[in-house]
Design a protein around this ligand. Structure first.
Ligand SMILES: [Zn+2]
Length: 121
């Protein structure tokens, strides 16, 4: 298990940008997230549904809307270890079970009702 490195350059930016946001705890799905894997924004651990030596299969995901009229979301991930470590200082919360940050399978309309402040940019 790798130890998160809290000193990398982009971490303060990430923590500030996503302060107070709500994350969904979920199992990685290639179908839902359209990529073979993502990486934890803090420790860069691979998060994937494929068996891989360094990968974990679950994490916390938050949605980033790129541009006001963007209909396609971008996802940012934090692994479970890092989430636990930074949740308090970053003010992160976890969406109740069954509530989703959205995805192609779930419908974007549903998402917008959940958290209008989610990564509003
Ligand atoms: Zn991590």
């Amino acid at each position: 298990m790798s130890v998160p490195n809290p000193n990398h350059d982009e971490l303060p930016i990430f923590l500030e940008r996503f302060a107070g946001k709500s994350f969904e705890r979920c199992r990685y799905s290639e179908r839902r997230f359209s990529q073979p894997y993502e990486r934890c924004n803090i420790c860069y651990r691979m998060i994937s549904e494929r068996p891989h030596q360094e990968a974990v299969s679950t994490g916390f995901v938050v949605r980033l809307l790129v541009g006001e009229n963007s209909s396609w979301p971008q996802w940012e991930w934090v692994c479970e270890d890092c989430f636990e470590q930074f949740q308090g200082s970053a003010g992160w919360s976890v969406l109740p079970e069954g509530v989703s940050v959205g995805g192609p399978e779930r419908g974007l309309g549903e998402v917008q009702q959940l958290d209008p402040n989610l990564c509003g940019m």
